[in-house]
Design a binder for this molecule. Structure first.
Ligand SMILES: NC(=O)c1ccc[n+]([C@@H]2O[C@H](COP(=O)([O-])OP(=O)(O)OC[C@H]3O[C@@H](n4cnc5c(N)ncnc54)[C@H](OP(=O)(O)O)[C@@H]3O)[C@@H](O)[C@H]2O)c1
Length: 289
């Protein structure tokens, strides 16, 4: 186990709890103390850690660091399996997979979609991409991490692509959540009072997710709830009310500008899912320019 930050420690604890002999290494060795007390072996270097390992798990801050750790140990890693559970971009994952292939290292990329507390519980969600056989070979060991574990395809960048898309959804939605509570507070509404009504909207959002995907796949954008024109009017009120209270609304203005572009392109009566399609169309135009 290379990397003993919050997540790396949770992963190592899970392997130990399931009886897998586990060797740990971290730049700051003291983060391994509790794991060593629980039965892990501490290695003095990455190369020492991987000797004799059937499976090498990496979980550090990003792929630049992951590569810095793996490169000096390339000879020791030859013929072994590396499962990289660090989060980064799809291209970074493909690049590291290419490097590993060039050194005779079996490489599986992965992303952890849930927080540390879910590891070794049914709530954990882990996704993988890369050689399917490699995932199957180690599935029984990786099962120690708990929950649902999905292999999403052979492209090593695919797990990271899911990861960044889901992070996009979650953190952009959280940005809206934080702004909404600030706006409510600026209007004298307590967080506790807004929360139950906000939860109702979160349910609506959750219930719209599958339909959004289906509409985009089918290219079907006829609105049966509200068209973009109506949605833009609502967001204009949000921006106006925020600015009246001197609350920064950079994010809401950017979302409004996107809505206005789509309305100007003739989508005023279409469903909100058309915004995914217009973003992709804008990307096409930009790539041709
Ligand atoms: N935490 C979560 O709930 C969660 C959930 C899903 C996914 N993840 C992903 O899991 C990965 C690790 O997250 P974390 O929460 O464990 O982060 P963290 O607690 O900040 O740990 C970062 C790890 O990276 C190491 N590191 C950073 N810079 C380094 C360098 N220059 N050289 C060597 N090692 C270096 C740290 O070593 P030191 O201890 O020596 O600083 C530590 O082991 C990230 O990709 C994150 O996105 C985390």
């Amino acid at each position: 186990m290379l990397g003993l930050g919050n997540m790396g420690q949770a992963l190592a604890r899970a392997f130990l709890a399931h009886g897998h002999p586990t060797t740990v290494w971290n730049r700051s060795p003291e983060k391994g103390d509790a794991l060593v007390a629980a039965g892990a072996t501490r290695a003095a270097s990455v190369a020492d850690a991987v000797v004799g390992a059937d499976l090498v798990i990496v979980c550090v801050v990003d792929y630049v660091v992951a590569r810095q750790l793996l490169e000096p140990a390339a000879d020791a890693l030859r013929g072994r399996t590396v499962v990289n559970l660090t989060a980064d971009t799809p291209d970074a994952a493909r690049e590291l997979a290419g490097w590993a292939a060039g050194h005779g290292i079996d490489y599986l990329d992965g992303s952890i979609m849930t927080p540390t507390v879910t590891i070794d519980t049914p709530d954990a969600v882990l996704i993988y991409s890369g050689p399917a056989g490699l995932h199957q070979r180690h599935a029984a060991t990786l099962a120690a991490l708990g929950g649902a574990q999905h292999h999403l395809g052979t492209d090593p960048g695919r797990a990271a692509a899911y990861d960044v898309a889901l992070l996009d959804f979650f953190w952009t939605a959280v940005s809206g959540l934080t702004h909404a509570f600030a706006l409510a507070k600026a209007e004298g509404i307590d967080g506790a009072d807004l929360a139950p009504l906000a939860e109702g909207l979160a349910t609506l959002l959750r219930d719209s997710v599958a339909e959004h995907g289906e509409r985009l796949d089918a290219g079907r954008y006829d609105a049966d709830v509200a068209g973009l024109g109506t949605i833009a009017a609502g967001l204009e009120h949000v921006v106006a009310a925020s600015e009246r209270r001197d609350l920064d609304s950079t994010v809401q203005r950017a979302a409004l500008a996107q809505l206005h572009r789509a309305v100007a392109a003739g989508h005023g009566d279409d469903d909100v899912s058309v915004l995914s399609a217009t973003l992709l169309a804008e990307r096409e135009v930009a790539s041709r320019a």
